[in-house]
Design a protein around this ligand. Sequence first.
Ligand code: ZN
Length: 458
Amino acid sequence: MKQKIFSIVLIFSFVLTITGCKSNQNSFMDNRPSISYEIKNPVRKAGNAQKLASYQENLTYDMIFPCTGNSNIDKVIFGHITDKINSFMSENSNYKANGNSNRKELYSSYQIFTYGDNNISVEIQYLIKDPSSKTETETTETLIFNGETLISNESVFKKQKIDIVVQSIKDSLLSSEKYKSDFEKNSNAIPESMEAIKNFAFSEDSVIFFYAPGSILPVQHGVVSVEIPKEKIQEAFSSASPSPFKGPKSSAREAVEQGRPIIALTFDDGPMDGKTNIILDELEKYDAHATFFVVGNQAEQCPDILKRQIDLGCEIGNHTYSHASLSSLSASQIENQINKTNDIVEQATGIKPSLVRPPYGSKNQNVKNTVKSPLILWNLDTLDWKTKNTNSTINKVLNEATDGQIILMHDIHSPTVEAIKTIIPKLIEKGFYLATVSEMFEAKDLTISPGNAYAQAS
Ligand code: ZN
């Protein structure tokens, strides 16, 4: 496909050279598309505009995109433009226009911003005009480069701090004369999720978020851009974000870099009034973190405990609604078990669990395909539920704890609660850093993904 497009452009084109950038356009002027697409007052802080166009019988494209003069960056940008052209051409390969005014047309234009030490970010807007359905669809995508490297937009913000970013965007829309009244009618249009903040560019002292027409405000507003000063969302930047947007390293990562062993204590089957709180007291005393895999029908009784867990920096995972053995359930029953508990936790804390621990460790292919979170197992079972013996639980952990381990306990048994009073200080004395499951994987640069099961971080 790529080959074909290049040959078309070469045969029918003349070439302009502007400071090393090529502008390719076919010269049959009367064959030009019906409109010329351009962003109103685009910000273009670097490079030059470049054009790639082809006006054919049924399909046309007319792309304006940047040439920065850096060949690695330009290759990535050109790749995005040609991918867009290729999918437009192949998706519409059977389209018959019957006359120039009925051709399907693809356009692009762009903005380019600079930040930090001469780094750039690019916003590309696309328009597809489809006369057969009388629709015009505008979309936006952003590319952020750190030096010559394209960074993943997903890595810029901490998952637990998305709420801060989303709230700042909402506040900004509500204080904007232009958008206020329309946004007020539908202020839930921006969900608290990564998906809601995936298109953005870094500018000198701010982050600019972009939304396609109709996605958060009525279509007539066009592409909506919301500029947020970086200080407002400072604490949401991850340590993987490029400077000057880089967040501080997590203390778990610092511990790993210092060569300390790291471990994740996990507690299942709670929360339980009078028991879970004592474990939280101990964690708070030593500034340690743990992960609680909660059962939904108990969690709904104790929203205050859930809230305290999050306030102390602990993590809440999903242990189903009724402690069901997931491998014996249908896909919709599994979804019901997971979603109900996620909703309860999100309602109490504002944070949706991102991990699932299947009760009894029971999982099959259906469970893996259905659950949209990583499955977290364990590699040290204290057997606290069986022995119900404080010393036995203490000894098991202290004798067998190693770096990267996920330790299974239950916060509903009194002997376990007692054991924790010894386990936490002793582990710290041995040099261990006590992290949540997510912190431990992140600190070790290990990615965990939905549909996969993990028993340890190594
Ligand atoms: Zn359980």
